[in-house]
Design a protein around this ligand. Sequence first.
Ligand code: AP5
Ligand code: ZN
Length: 217
Amino acid sequence: MRIVLVGPPGAGKGTQAAYLAKNLAIPHISTGDLFRANISQSTALGREAKSYMDAGQLVPDSVTIAMAEDRMGHADAANGFLLDGFPRNIGQAESLDDYLKGHDLKLDAVLDLEVPEDEVVKRIAGRRICRKDSSHVFHAEYNKPKAEGVCDVCGGELYQRDDDSEDTVRKRLEVYHTQTEPIIDYYKAQDLVVTIPALGKVSEVTERAMAALKALS
Ligand code: AP5
Ligand code: ZN
């Protein structure tokens, strides 16, 4: 399957993507995680992306689209993928359509994670991620690691993301409303959108998403 996950910052896209990708045996492709990996390796791409990310702005399309297409072209993505955080504006959605058409492929669904804004703010405030792999995500209250400050998956140190400060989160939410939300209508016109209520336990949200995907096939 080829799936896009959309939703505001802190909605739980990365958390859900980890479970969904495992259940569906497809790779989880997160542009945010790809940028963070480049930042921790101090690549030129990482240095360019960091200034935008720290300001809560989108990284320019030229950079982002090339990186996403490169990742979608890897052998492990030949039979499907779960996109998390891409596309994030209409230009990226159009270029993804062109990429898929060019490869004779199509999307199966766009899962829209719906969470009220006050909950999103709480989720981001308590989020802790792993220094070794930013797809290892925990929460100080809702999704505690077994040992405080230590990643359950790989033993890496847990820390708070640089862009999770109050001011940057406000900017990211504004960017979400103005630039990313319009892609939901874009995909509604293609009859691809399934809204998933994303309040409740992580496992309950995964079950809702899996049930919605089963209903499509
Ligand atoms: P990115 O990393 O994609 O961030 P985001 O979209 O803002 O989303 P988040 O990672 O903040 O949240 P999430 O929805 O994944 O939530 P999570 O699962 O962690 O992007 C970061 C930046 O990179 C962007 O601002 C931009 O600069 C750049 N970028 C990335 N992609 C780009 C693109 N395509 N174009 C241009 N620029 C791009 O969950 C949040 C917390 O809640 C966690 O602590 C988790 O444990 C907890 N939680 C999850 N589910 C539940 C639940 N059900 N109940 C209670 N707690 C929960
Ligand atoms: Zn880890």
